[in-house]
Design a protein around this ligand. Structure first.
Ligand code: UD1
Length: 345
């Protein structure tokens, strides 16, 4: 059992991972500013796991808040953090184009401050949320971890910079145990229907948009591009069930705690590609709802196909995805149908 700090633990991927970590017996301190998440998610994490967690509400960029976690200041939680899983960050591509300073500040500056606090407290074990967005327009698919890092928007640049910072730090002194996990397209929900993705405002991503159309919150889905060089002309992605992703975090953490200090960089994806229309069809089948859609032009900045080569994660962690596209759709629909307005319902 370890004492873990989970930044962004109330968010989509964070909350699902918290359930697994509590079930595995770890003690959790969740740090979140609830900018894009809800305290209700954490209540449900406790309910599902049957365990309590400690919450520190705050912004990473506020040194006082991190001090409370790592054991300085009047409200210190007692420190003693063995490892950190760092989910907290911003991830909307369009917003990052409009507000690059914000993205560099939160995703890079926030990560730097976290690392300073960890170093000062003698905590040198970190699992970092990275993204397949680093690969930009990939030259080859499936994409191995050795593919060139060539992000195409400020969000991607901020993730690439944070990854570089972690590599520089690992090279600067021995003892750091760091995993950089590059997620492909996280979707689905906890099978209970109690936890799921709850974007604020108009969803930027396909899966939450699809579920909101099915539940009647939006009238139709726009399919961005039907002339891509793919079998049905729509974009192909590697969709990964959020519970598979959560299991990947647990496996990476356990490896870091068990092995010698190292810098581990892994794709977390299924290795399978599905088109937008395939996902729509699978979702209609799982939900027994029609999803009206309209084919429109391509979205700027999209690639035709991104699919992970996940073989290194299998080799290093013994991890591979277990859940199918049908499981993703069934669980995602169970969440959206039971929570049509998300956590605010
Ligand atoms: C997007 C981001 C990526 C980020 C990830 C975070 C872009 C260009 N990329 O990935 O940097 O890491 O989210 O989760 O924003 N689609 C539609 N209609 C929609 C929405 C999407 O047809 O309303 C299509 C897209 O064109 C794409 C597929 O669905 O082919 C998946 O899109 P999305 O869910 O936004 O994920 P990515 O673009 O892969």
């Amino acid at each position: 059992m370890a004492k873990l700090l989970i930044t962004g633990g109330a968010g989509f991927i964070g909350s699902h991972t918290c359930v697994l970590l509590l079930e595995a017996g770890h003690q959790l301190v969740v740090f979140d500013d609830f900018r894009n998440s809800s305290p209700e998610a954490l209540k449900r994490v406790e309910e599902l796991s049957g365990r309590r967690l400690e919450l520190v509400a705050g912004d990473l960029r506020d040194p006082g808040s991190l001090g409370r976690v790592f054991g300085s200041g009047p409200y210190a939680s007692g420190g003693g953090i063995d490892a950190v899983i760092h989910f907290a960050g911003l991830k909307a591509v369009g917003e990052s184009v409009a507000q690059p300073l914000l993205y560099w500040d939160v995703n890079v500056g926030g990560t730097r401050l976290l690392l300073e606090a960890m170093a000062a407290a003698g905590c040198r074990t970190l699992v970092f949320s990275s993204s397949a967005t680093l690969y930009g327009y990939p030259a080859q698919v499936p994409i191995p971890e050795t593919a060139p890092i060539q992000p195409i928007n400020p969000y991607g640049h901020s993730k690439a910079a944070a990854e570089q910072l972690l590599a520089d730090l690992a090279a600067s002194e021995p003892g750091w145990r760091i995993a950089r996990l590059r997620y492909f397209n996280p979707v689905g929900a906890h099978p209970s229907g109690r936890l799921g993705e709850d974007p604020q405002g108009l969803p930027n991503n396909l899966f939450p948009f699809l579920t909101q159309v099915a539940v009647g919150r939006r009238s139709e889905l726009q399919v961005f591009g039907s002339d891509w060089p793919t079998p049905d002309g729509t974009g192909v992605r590697d969709y990964i069930h959020v519970m598979d992703l959560a299991e990947g975090h647990r496996a990476a953490l356990e490896l870091l705690l068990a092995e010698e200090p190292q810098l581990l960089t892994l794709n977390l994806g299924s290795g399978q590609g599905h088109s937008v229309l395939e996902l729509v069809k699978a979702f209609e089948l799982a939900s027994a709802k029609a999803v009206p859609y309209r084919l429109v032009g391509r979205r700027p900045g999209d690639a035709a196909i991104t699919v992970a080569d996940p073989s290194l994660a299998l080799e290093r962690l013994g991890w591979r995805t277990q859940r199918s596209l049908a499981d993703i759709c069934r669980d995602g629909w169970a969440w959206q149908a039971a929570n049509p307005q998300g956590y605010r319902g």
